[in-house]
Design a protein around this ligand. Structure first.
Ligand code: SF4
Length: 635
């Protein structure tokens, strides 16, 4: 039974524990929810007003219009673009938080943070058109932070967001401007979507979806600025060897799981935990403090500090079921409220930290940047106290962990390539794409969903695409899946890569002093770090003078789940990238919307959604897309 729920071997060990102890997990709740609402699955239920809720009968003689007269097309379009707005809000709020922290550092108001990558700060200043030569880092940082915050304040509709302008090809910016979908202000665009989808407003499905595309591009803008400014404050990822899956927990250490998305607190916990090792040992933890990651906060500290990754989204409850997690510290996004209940079945402290992200029944430490180090110390102390209450009889740590080489941001990839050609780092990559050694590039992103067997499609698709010489990049919980299943190490390259891809990865890996190939899948970071993949693609496109929709580049989210994924997938197609979804999106109740995003988008944007739940078939379809792009390029 468990084999059908998750590919993760840790699930096979821990789900029986949950059953024995009568603790429900996400899979139990999914089962209890069956059959799920068919109207919701098709996207044709509406709760926009209190005359409703309304639902459209998709098959029979029931209502074809909501009480207000809204068609299925209008209802579906409104619902899905509200999801895009929510996704854009989530990523961009994260970005604003980081930008404000950078401003605080620049103004000398935040003692616990510093500029860790001055060279990157100066490069960013250059991209944004801010003078940096001969100026103090803090002066530059202030201008960068203010230019970034302007993307939340600008009221001039004709002036697109700063980061978007600095991040895309000229051709793509022109195309998006022609469609009038370039956002000028993240907050205004999110508000605009909420306004136009209010009862009795925009009732044109095409116009609504174009409004959603603008929101999704605002999401991209928010993600790009969050990633880049985080690198300035916390360091730009470099390749690091670490490990993944629940076997990274230690019986003889205080285990602290860092969960959520935003590095502002977790990075300080990493720093402070080092200073509290003796305290942990005095409490009986022979191995001191063991930090592990969950979800994208996990990915943030993984790629920057090599902190091992314990779990991706669907495994967060499993981490608690080990009985070995002393504190799970959460910030924002993708945190299951159920962890409060499961934590209470053990000794585990569930610590919420953001004032707008509390969970009833858990402890809250109100994180503020001004007192960040003190908050981190408070949290580590709570974990050490909890360790003293841990019941060793209830500890069961699955003996599964895989070596993972991670930390391949755009800079790290270019640095690795520069070892082959210092003058022209992109040339080796481009040459190998042109000669077919690399058939194409696939970016895996997105979440886990109970609507699929956890991690399974990621692994199946990656093995197939790699065997066909497709270079694989990954972010977020998709990257977590690959790390847990041993696809981010050199052995995976030797086992699964096609011969020509293996040759390229080996040449780069050996030049980089790894004594073997690069890993099969390159871990680029958390889900906001999808912008790193775009940076590499834009560099390639600019080098050969084409737009992004000419590149043999595809994206895939086999287990897309969150509103953030809806926004990411939509900007991905808006940038010209064919994007696979392994889960049926909640739009199929509208032929107009479905046709728009899977077919018309191809003509308008070059990118489009490709829905295929079967991973083998999905890989074949993506290969066909890659080959179509290659033919169009004449290679
Ligand atoms: Fe029904 Fe229209 Fe109200 Fe939606 S907005 S609930 S379709 S009446």
């Amino acid at each position: 039974m468990n084999q059908n729920l998750s590919l993760d071997p840790s699930a096979s060990v821990l789900l029986p524990v949950a059953k024995k102890e009568k603790i429900d997990t996400v899979w139990d709740r999914h089962k209890a929810m069956q059959p799920q609402c068919g109207f919701g699955q098709l996207g044709i239920c509406c709760r926009v007003c209190w005359k409703g809720p309304c639902r459209i009968d998709p098959f029979g003689d029931g209502p074809k219009l909501g009480i207000c007269g809204a068609t299925a097309d209008v209802i579906v379009a409104r619902n899905v673009i509200r999801m895009m707005a929510a996704g854009a809000a989530a990523h961009s709020e994260h970005g604003r938080h980081v930008a404000l922290a950078l401003l605080g550092v620049a103004e000398g108001k935040l003692e616990d943070y510093q500029i860790r990558d001055e060279a990157k700060l100066r490069r960013i200043a250059g991209r944004l058109g801010i003078p940096e030569a001969g100026r103090e880092p803090r002066e530059v940082a202030r201008d960068v932070a203010l230019a970034t915050l302007f993307d939340f304040q600008n009221q001039d509709h004709h002036e697109p967001c700063t980061w978007l302008k600095a991040s895309l090809t000229e051709k793509r910016l022109d195309k998006l401007a022609g469609l009038e979908v370039l956002p000028h202000n993240i907050d205004a665009v999110v508000t605009g979507i909420m306004a136009r989808t209010n009862v009795g407003c925009d009732a044109d499905p095409v116009n609504l979806i174009l409004g959603g595309v603008k929101g999704a591009l605002a999401d991209f803008n928010g993600m790009a600025l969050a990633t880049e400014l985080s690198d300035v404050l916390f360091g730009t990822p470099r390749p690091v060897i670490t490990a993944a899956n629940l076997g990274v927990l230690k019986e003889d250490a205080v285990n602290i799981a860092l969960h959520g998305h935003n590095p502002l607190l977790s990075d300080l916990v990493c720093e402070i935990a080092h200073t509290m090792e003796d305290e942990a040992r005095r409490a009986g933890a022979v191995a001191g403090i063991n930090l592990v990651g969950v979800c994208c906060t996990g990915n943030e500290v993984l790629v920057r500090h090599g902190i091992p990754l314990a779990a991706n989204y669907l495994s967060q409850e499993l981490a608690l079921l080990t009985g070995a997690v002393d504190a799970m510290v959460v910030d924002v996004q993708c945190i299951m409220p159920s962890i409060a209940e499961i934590g209470s079945c053990f000794h585990t402290e569930i610590v919420t930290t953001m004032d707008d992200c509390k969970i009833a029944g858990t402890r809250h430490v109100s994180f503020k940047e001004e007192t960040g180090a003190e908050n981190a110390r408070q949290i580590v102390t709570l974990a050490i106290e909890a360790f003293k209450r841990r019941n060793p009889q209830r500890v069961l740590i699955p003996d599964f962990k895989e070596t993972s080489i991670v930390g391949f941001g755009a800079e790290a990839i270019l640095e690795a390539l520069a070892l082959l050609d210092a003058e022209d780092p992109l040339k080796p990559l481009l040459d190998n794409i042109v000669n077919g050694n690399i058939r194409g590039i696939a970016l895996f992103a997105g979440c886990n969903s109970t609507n699929a067997k956890q991690d399974s499609s990621f692994v199946t698709m990656a093995k197939k695409l790699a065997s066909e010489n497709v270079l694989l990049l990954a972010t977020g919980c998709g990257a977590g899946a690959f790390a847990k299943h041993g696809l981010m190490n050199q052995e995976a390259t030797l086992s699964y890569a096609g011969d020509t891809l293996k040759g390229v990865l080996t040449a780069i890996g050996e030049a980089a002093g790894l004594g073997g190939p690069l890993p099969l899948v390159l871990h680029m970071g958390s889900c906001v770090d999808n912008s790193r993949a775009v940076q590499v693609a834009v560099a390639l496109a600019n080098k050969i003078g084409v737009d992004l929709d000419a590149l043999p580049l595809v994206a895939s989210a086999p287990e897309a789940m969150s509103e953030k994924a809806v926004a990411i997938g939509t900007w991905s197609i808006a940038l010209g990238i064919p994007t696979h979804l392994g889960i049926m999106p909640q739009v199929t109740g509208s032929r107009a919307v479905t046709g728009l995003i899977t077919e018309t988008a191809k003509d308008l944007l070059g990118g489009y959604f490709l829905v295929e739940p079967n991973p083998e078939a999905a890989a074949d379809k993506l290969l066909a897309v890659i080959d179509e792009r290659r033919r169009a390029l004449g290679i």
